[in-house]
Design a protein around this ligand. Structure first.
Ligand code: ZN
Ligand code: ZN
Length: 379
């Protein structure tokens, strides 16, 4: 058996994930579970594909994949007892092939991923003659809950990615200066991500200068950075499938006193949230720490989004942070999320500072280097 590449989770890790997903389905009374999320194919099988399905069942798992991914699927199956690869015949459909796989299992009840299987595709599956006449039940969050706590292999990838992203920040932020356009900065960021060995950017880089910085999800435009601008630079990279995400707000030239005060307040709010985060603490408590800190500075009304989001194979995943983010329970060691308070004063400008953290046994560890507003000596 060939050893998996370093960018792939070790085979026993994948096996444990598949077993855990099967056990979660069984706990819901589902002896068969259809995986349709491509992110979940990556999580459970280490398979990177643009199409594919998997059927988890009592005996093991069957990957349904087309000819393009034959070799990748076989590699995913190497060393995995009970993992079968079923190729979609040329000219046939995924739905027909998956229906045959499910039908042959003669299941008692089939679970589907309601968040990932489209209505049209679910109907197409049910139309297949081979699809069994048994209960098909919607599930939500089954694999997502397994992804909530990262295993040591995932943490090693996220630590590596976080360290590289901090290096990208150190390389790029000093270049944010008067006369360059937002788009030029974004392009510099994306080149630096590539040079740092990231697979790809995690999302379209946000560079928001001057009044545009008041728009949390502004995209980089042809606007030229001017004297006195605050420039929000929000960027991320994907390494071995895992995303990291970071924001710094750069003060260019002679920035007025009030925006400088916002920056100090946002940094203090981020520190308050980071200090509050620990195992056993509810996400709403972390949210309140950031919000109360900004309220003390008279800026609460300008903090218009959640204080962060879970991150991993997806840029946004569990745990949910925010005042209503407690449905996944308290924070636990191995959970990874961003801490990114912001202040956005419409028409004037804004500040956001974002770092990624992992919950440890005592608090959190920052994955993206020491949290700091850039040019902290100016504060
Ligand atoms: Zn971000
Ligand atoms: Zn983020």
């Amino acid at each position: 058996m060939a050893a998996p590449p370093a960018s792939m989770p070790p085979t026993p890790v994948l096996r444990a994930r598949i077993d855990a997903a099967r056990a979660s389905a069984a706990a819901l009374g589902l002896d068969t579970f259809l995986v349709s999320s491509l992110v979940h194919l990556r999580y459970l099988f280490g398979l990177t594909a643009t199409a594919g399905l998997a059927v988890l069942h009592g005996e093991g798992a069957t990957l349904v994949i087309d000819q393009r991914y034959r070799r990748a699927a076989e590699e995913a199956g190497e060393g995995q007892p009970g993992l079968r690869v079923c190729l979609v015949p040329v000219g046939d459909s995924y739905e027909a092939t998956a229906a045959r796989v499910v039908g042959e299992l003669a299941p008692a009840a089939v679970g589907i991923e309601a968040d990932h299987l489209s209505v049209a595709r679910a109907a197409a599956l049910r139309r297949q003659p081979a699809w069994p006449a048994v209960e098909t039940r919607d599930t939500t969050g089954l694999v997502e809950r397994l992804r909530l706590v990262k295993d040591p292999w995932e943490l090693s990838r996220l630590r590596e990615a976080g360290g590289r992203l901090a290096e990208v920040a150190a390389c790029i932020l000093p270049k944010v200066s008067m006369g360059c356009t937002e788009r030029q900065v974004a392009w510099e960021v994306e080149q630096a991500l590539h040079a740092a060995g990231f697979d790809k950017p995690a999302f379209d880089t946000i560079v928001a200068a001057g009044p545009e910085s008041a728009r949390p999800h502004h995209r980089a435009s042809t606007r030229t950075i001017d004297d006195g601008d605050l420039v929000v630079v929000d960027f991320g990279g994907v390494l071995d499938g895992y995303a990291v995400d970071m924001t710094r707000t750069v003060a260019v030239g002679a920035v007025a006193a009030e925006p400088r005060r916002w920056r100090r307040a946002v940094f203090a709010a981020q520190q308050a949230a980071i200090s509050a985060a620990a195992p056993g603490v509810l996400p709403s408590v972390v949210d309140a720490a950031a919000r109360n800190s900004l309220a003390a500075a008279g800026l609460a009304e300008y903090f218009v989004h959640r204080p962060g989001h879970g991150i991993g194979l997806s840029v946004h995943e569990k745990p949910t942070l925010g005042s209503r983010g407690d449905h996944d329970g308290p924070l636990a060691p191995g959970m990874v999320f961003t801490v990114e308070p912001g202040v956005y004063v419409p028409g004037v400008g804004g500040v956001r500072i974002e770092d990624d953290v992992v919950v440890t046994t005592t608090g959190v560890e920052c994955l993206t280097g020491a949290p700091q507003p850039f040019e902290s000596h100016e504060l």
